[in-house]
Design a protein around this ligand. Sequence first.
Ligand code: ZN
Ligand code: ZN
Length: 314
Amino acid sequence: MEAERERHEENCVLSPGTKSELCKDSDCWSEEEGAVVLKRKMSLHSCETCGSEEARYRCPRCMKYSCSLPCVKKHKAAIQCSGVRDKAAFVSLSKFDEMTLLSDYRFLEDVARTYDCAARDVLLHKPTSYKFLGFMKNRARKCKIDLKILPVGFKKRRENSTFFCQKQKRFCWHLKLIFPQSHAEYMAKRVPDDRTLHEILKKYISLKESDPVIRQRLKAYILSQSGVSVFMKAESEKHSSARWYELDSEKSLFENLKNKTIVEYPTLHVVLKDFRNDFLGVGQETSDTRSPALPALSQNEEEEIEEGEIRDST
Ligand SMILES: [Zn+2]
Ligand SMILES: [Zn+2]
């Protein structure tokens, strides 16, 4: 309430002691009091728009004097003035007082509020229509993929840039690539599904063809002689611990995704072969001596964890 009233005053009461005729609100200056001071203060200036009348208002943005509503409107149109005080205008340190501080504080509050409102607006976050999503799911079904679409608001839904290319009759996937041994994650966009995993990974872990910045980050992979295995989490499996599909690097994405459930987009875990035992395959049971809920760690595995290895606990 308070802030609203202040903003209102800001826009209609122009300098102390002026009365705004634009504003019929009782919140604004009282008639008599204002008029007297007004005469004294403003008579020095004439309207900068028509030049003939005595100025009664001063624009909080451009500081131009005006005599009446038509003149205020005219000046706004002529110099593209919004008539709203410029909250980000330069203020020299010597003129920086408590009011300026308060104004800055309110400005930041406004920004936070605007951002929050935008984040809550469901319509703004609906980049893809339901029709399009239905079409995608249908297409996926034809490729024997169970594509699950999350409700609006989920991060994965927002990120997903997957689309079906009508011309080439194939999916161009949004991919998340996780390299646990380097603690790195990358997003790949528009990856055609006829590419083999080997081709897709070239950009990341090929000694010659990878991007230099990525190569530096994924040093562990570049230097390793063992090669990599690619895993994808089995979404449909109901186990206390995750089960994984091992994908075939020589086969295309299309072949690899067949008969699998994908939530929004595929997330591929690219793992050095030395660590591949951490990924339990689908149908593979935890060994008899371990209970699935609390797997006992062998000496060997404990060492691996100490080396900072990421484990998916879900
Ligand atoms: Zn005028
Ligand atoms: Zn103005």
